[in-house]
Ligand binder design. Structure first.
Ligand code: CTP
Length: 413
């Protein structure tokens, strides 16, 4: 796409028009104001929905404040980093950063930053396809700044780092490379691949903070259709670098496909990253799974559900073949939906299909209030009677409110 076509494309996106017009109108006093990073990449790829990232040569915070005013929105600033986010309209967001250069004092830790021009700002970035900018100043509106051959790499569907220390400075970029390979169908070029292998081999991934590692894994497995991701993290040795027992092989691909399909079929809404964590962690010694997930500082509930999938799921698959419906619910409910879903992906058992298709939704028509009306005082007895009624209902012994009430009377008696 020609440079002037980029801006035409941008303006064609009606929803962004007011934003771009405002940015251009405000850009006069600034050295440079650019659309940068993934926004330019996605625009050149013809994507329609993307975030708007702006880099300002000058005071990005002041720029963001004026932009918020112009759009009738509000601004959130991070003065130490020279960044701001502008929120406007119905869910619109623009991220504004001060063009900067970064230096890394040690591998795998966050860099220190200094104000700089757009070329330095692009040079601090991960891949050539993310290191392009489009000017939004009126005097050179639409001018593409592409010092590292990003556009050619987009056309060749190639991921290329800008310099040999890129993965040493920031090993999260190896995960990002895999994510882009999977999402875009691009591939790292030979040199980038070699540098990724070297960085993993030298142990830099292990130096990452647990929180950064967690974010990268969630992003990797949050994308859906991650077959290539699984194959690639094994080829690169990322699986072993993260944990020696992580499972990333053909069986993992297959199991995750089945889990995803079942999650969709029964509309369970389990986030895809959680399914990804479960298939990866399934060969860890069971007693270590929860500790490992907690070490990544996952939210407690997420960690428990994933751990249950890995440790309880196989037990459910092995034990539910002959269970009656009430037993299935009693065993599956405390760990639902992840563990029974994992069990169903391991073994296509009718009782588990019944659990997701029907049993999970079975509710009694009588309530504690009905029992009170029948003279049962508030006590643990109420819960016991309701549990027994539910057991009978699940097993098909009760149909409708009248039968439930009759059974309740019999139990009370
Ligand atoms: N970036 C980088 N190194 C990282 C993270 C980000 O160089 N470890 C740069 C890239 O230029 C990227 C930009 O910062 O384009 C914004 O980061 P992010 O929002 O994570 O990426 P996007 O490309 O905007 O979006 P996504 O990857 O989600 O498509």
């Amino acid at each position: 796409m020609r440079a002037d076509a980029v801006i035409a494309e941008l303006r064609a996106l009606q929803s962004l028009r007011p934003v771009l017009d405002a940015v251009t109108a405000l850009s006069g006093p600034y050295e440079g104001v650019y659309l940068v990073g993934g926004t330019v990449r996605d625009l050149l790829l013809g994507e329609r929905g993307f975030d708007v990232d702006i880099a300002v040569e000058g005071d990005a915070i002041a720029f963001a404040e004026s932009l918020a005013l112009a759009l009738g929105g509000r601004v959130r600033t991070h003065r130490t980093f020279g960044t701001a986010a502008v929120f406007y309209g119905d869910g619109g967001r623009v991220d504004v950063v001060t063009a900067r250069t970064e230096s890394y004092h040690a591998p795998a830790v966050l860099p220190s930053v200094e104000h700089a021009g757009i070329h330095d700002d692009l040079f601090r970035r991960d891949f050539t396809i993310n290191a392009m900018a489009v000017s939004l100043r009126p005097d050179d509106l639409g001018q593409l700044v592409d010092p590292f051959g990003g556009r050619a790499d987009l056309e060749a569907r190639r991921l290329r780092v800008l310099h040999p220390r890129s993965f040493v400075d920031d090993p999260t970029r190896i995960f990002r490379a895999v994510r882009y390979e999977n999402r875009l169908g691009f591939r790292m070029d030979d040199e980038t691949l070699r540098l990724a292998h070297d960085s993993v081999g030298t142990g830099h991934v292990g130096d990452l903070s647990r929180a950064r590692l967690r974010e990268e894994l969630i992003a990797l497995f949050g994308e859906g259709h991650v077959d290539h991701t699984i194959v690639r993290i094994h080829e690169l040795g990322l699986d072993e670098a993260v944990h020696p027992h992580l499972a990333a092989d053909a069986e993992t691909v297959e199991l995750l496909r089945r889990l995803t399909a079942l999650d969709d079929e029964y509309e369970l809404g389990v986030p895809s990253w959680r399914l990804g964590f479960a298939v990866l962690a399934r060969r860890l010694p069971p007693e270590e799974v929860l500790d490992w997930l907690r070490s990544l500082k996952l939210r407690r509930r997420d960690a428990e559900l994933i751990a249950a999938a890995v440790t309880v799921g196989p037990r459910l698959a092995a034990s539910l073949g002959e269970a009656d419906p009430a037993e299935v619910v009693a065993l599956a409910d405390p760990f639902a939906p992840d563990a029974p879903l994992f069990a169903l992906a391991l073994a296509d058992l009718e009782p588990l299909r019944d659990y997701f298709g029907r049993l999970r939704g079975v509710r009694l028509e009588v309530t504690g209030r009905d029992l009170a009306g029948l003279g049962v005082a508030e006590s643990p007895r109420v819960g016991e009677i309701l549990a027994e009624l539910r057991r009978r209902k699940l097993n098909g012994e009760l149909a409708g409110r009248d039968e439930e009430l009759a059974a309740a009377r019999e139990l009370i008696g």
